[in-house]
Ligand binder design. Structure first.
Ligand code: GDP
Ligand code: IMO
Ligand code: MG
Length: 448
């Protein structure tokens, strides 16, 4: 039975290394042409994945970014939570822009369904004075994963049978309504209203729902290769992030295994995406946040406003302990660094190389997420550059100070930078051909 793995092509997991919005979609779009299947394995419409192609902007919430590449199959894995109206709207927008998806979209029958009542509950919880305000995207993510873990959730397969759908919805709603009445004194959306709302959507997505673990396995055995599109970021992971200020899924590399239903031996490398600085949306610790002019300059120059909620993102300096942690948790083999262009104009650039916690110096993350609030960043300063670098297409094109910045980051983090992005457009990026990452993906370099 081990035969199936021999002769496999190289498969890749792409993850965010910070607190999300690192530019994952931009890099996935760059790589997608070289893969047969692009799959999401966790999260839902909390993700906002932006790609810009010849001035045209696409923002994906549920559909993998690979949909932009003709002929590529896109997979919504079992680890995801899916809001039907969002999915249908997204598919309609894709079709309206002249892209076909009919023969290349696959949705796991085991993915969980986000109901209107999940979104209602989340709003109540976020507004409640007695619960921790996370600053979520209010897309129903947390309550849907809660139901999944509590074993009362609805999966996509349940939508395929009217009677089963109604039964499960009734059970689920009875429980949640009791909760909402007692705790929030509120009335949730009725079962019949939810059925009414979802019925037309179900008929539209029905053809794409299937058992995807087996499907994927067969595709991989037949020689297809897979690119996994992580959503959120390492420090938003429910197990390894800055708990409780996290999302409710495993956004780290391990999530790809359970969230797609294939074994770890299929994967060869994990590419971590990081910004040249750090941003965070929502509440929670952020040691290198800059609340002065520098943070504001980064926000304006980097257009740091959420792709899903439009909220201003909190901005700060590159944080090496954050990255070292991401290297360990994900087993990163290479980095793609984005938004280097945004740092143009700073005369000096700060990099946090370690933390101070009381009298201790930490060059790794503190043992407990709760201590992150108390750490003080220890910065080094490197020379900045004033030139516009958005037209650079190789390391050699960059000003000396920008090259130096990359070298310092790479040395401190301890993982090679294989890709550098210098603008939102598809072509505003370049590969670093000497990176060992490309030993397994030589086609990427050859096509550059
Ligand atoms: P994701 O969630 O990780 O896919 O990232 P988002 O799409 O939420 O946010 C990244 C934002 O930065 C988007 O608006 C991208 O178009 C933009 N972007 C990506 N890479 C670059 C880059 O190298 N330079 C600049 N200026 N913008 C970029
Ligand atoms: P992409 O894939 C940035 C944040 C929210 C909040 C916390 C929990 O675009 O990088 P949730 O709605 O998931 O329960 O919110 O996680 N968050 C993100 N921040 N990028 C994302 O996705 C995010 N998805 C969730 O702001 O702090
Ligand atoms: Mg985003």
């Amino acid at each position: 039975m081990i035969e199936h793995i021999h002769g496999k092509k190289h498969n890749l997991i792409v993850v965010g290394t910070q607190w999300g919005d690192e530019g994952k979609a931009k890099i996935i779009d760059l790589l997608a042409g070289h893969f047969d299947i692009i799959g999401r394995y966790q999260g839902g419409g909390n993700a906002g994945h932006t790609v810009v192609v010849q001035g045209e902007k696409y923002i994906f919430h549920l559909v993998p970014t690979g949909i932009l590449h003709a002929g590529k199959k896109v997979l919504l894995g079992n680890g995801m939570v899916i809001h039907l109206p969002t999915l249908v709207t997204e598919l309609e927008q894709i079709a309206a822009r002249g892209l076909s998806f009919e023969d290349r979209l696959v949705i796991s029958s085991r993915a969980h369904v986000i109901l209107p009542s999940h979104i209602q509950i989340e709003k109540h919880t976020e507004e409640s004075a007695s619960s921790v305000k996370i600053g979520t995207t209010l897309r129903g993510i947390g309550p849907t994963y809660e139901d999944k873990i509590a074993r009362r959730g609805l999966v996509m397969a349940d939508l395929l049978d009217d009677e089963r759908f109604r039964d499960k919805l009734e059970q689920n709603t009875a429980w949640k309504q009791a909760l909402a009445s007692q705790i929030y004194k509120s009335t949730l959306c009725s079962v019949s209203a939810m059925i009414e709302e979802y019925r037309p959507h179900i008929s539209k997505i029905r053809p794409y729902i299937r058992e995807t673990s087996r499907w994927l396995h067969e595709q991989l055995c037949a020689g297809s290769n897979l690119l996994c599109e992580g959503a959120q970021g390492t420090h938003l992971d429910v197990d390894h992030g800055t708990y409780p200020f996290v999302t409710s899924s495993n956004s780290t590399a391990g999530g790809a295994i359970t969230g797609l239903g294939i074994g770890p031996c299929w994967f060869d490398q994990v590419l971590g995406i990081c910004k040249a600085y750090v941003t965070r949306v929502g509440a929670g610790a952020f040691p290198t946040e800059d609340l002065e002019q520098a943070g504001e300059t980064i926000r304006q120059c980097g257009h740091e406003f959420g792709s899903t909620t439009g909220r201003p993102r909190r901005c700060g300096w590159f944080d090496v302990p954050v990255m070292r942690y991401a290297v360990r948790i994900n087993g990163l083999s290479a980095l793609a660094l984005t938004k280097l262009d945004v740092l143009s104009g700073f005369r000096k650039i700060k990099i946090c190389q370690a933390y101070e916690l009381g009298s201790r110096r930490l060059d790794e993350f503190p043992e407990y997420p709760s201590s992150l609030d108390q750490v003080c960043p220890e910065y080094i300063e490197v020379e900045g550059w004033l030139e516009d670098i958005s037209r650079c297409r190789s390391i050699e094109d960059l000003p000396k100070a920008a090259r130096n910045y990359l070298e310092v980051v790479q040395d401190l983090v301890g993982v090679e930078i294989a890709i550098v992005s210098v603008g939102p457009e598809r072509d505003q990026a370049f590969y670093v051909p000497s990176a060992r990452f490309f030993d397994q993906f030589p086609d990427l370099i050859n096509s550059n």
